[in-house]
Design a protein around this ligand. Structure first.
Ligand code: HEC
Length: 95
């Protein structure tokens, strides 16, 4: 019986963990839907861009998201941050 419970937990874990990985493709959809009103992608490529680390990129996404009056879930903010990081910023996510 115990073993069965354990097996269930392992199955549950196997299915939940991948769902926690941030979804960059979803981030692009959200971004293209809501974030190109004031600036396009050149903002992320400008020579004097202000964002210098992953946490500050996420912070900026939150600020722009609030400004845009979107009410995103944490996961959506993470998806968009991941998309911007993969496509433009290339920060080490650990830092
Ligand atoms: C209401 C207008 C507006 C909207 C809509 C908007 N932004 Fe911004 N965003 C700005 C402005 C203005 C700046 C430049 C701020 C600066 O130069 O300090 C900026 C800068 C940024 C930067 C930093 C660029 C750099 O210097 O590296 C990121 C990242 C960003 N926005 C992401 C987003 C995302 C994601 C969304 C969608 C949720 C979004 N923005 C929607 C106005 C907006």
């Amino acid at each position: 019986m115990r073993l069965l419970v354990l097996a269930n937990w392992i199955t549950l874990l196997l299915f939940t963990v991948p769902a926690l990985a941030f979804d960059s493709a979803n981030g692009k959809v959200l971004h293209d839907e809501s974030c190109v009103r004031c600036h396009d992608e050149s903002m992320y490529k400008r020579v004097d861009r202000k964002i210098k680390s992953y946490p500050s990129l996420r912070e900026r996404v939150v600020q722009c998201e609030i400004m845009t009056e979107l009410i995103w879930f944490e996961e959506e903010i993470d998806d968009v941050t991941t998309y911007l990081n993969n496509a433009f910023y290339h920060f080490n996510m650990e830092k």
